[in-house]
Design a protein around this ligand. Sequence first.
Ligand SMILES: [Zn+2]
Ligand SMILES: [Zn+2]
Length: 104
Amino acid sequence: MWTNKKRTCKGDCCTPEGKEAGIECACFDGKAECDEDCGCDPTKCKNRQMSLRQSLKLGDDVEERISWGIDICTALNLICVLPMSLGNTCKSDFIEDKLIFAIQ
Ligand SMILES: [Zn+2]
Ligand SMILES: [Zn+2]
């Protein structure tokens, strides 16, 4: 992932101590990662996860679990594509009582 978004900070804000002190970070507030123009130490900065490839690891940071059902976003998308003439209760009943059992 790559972006043209450019922010810089002084470097006292994106360390664990800075976050704990509640110091506002221009990079973090602008939803941008720190880079070489920031004044922070790359070994202490907590706003470089993507450039340092610090993604969550399955098994270490993330646990895989079997779940049942559909997420709310999928449910709302399904409600949007069902005929408008059906009421919302009818649409929900169709998804929860018919569709879920048909696709499991
Ligand atoms: Zn920064
Ligand atoms: Zn930083």
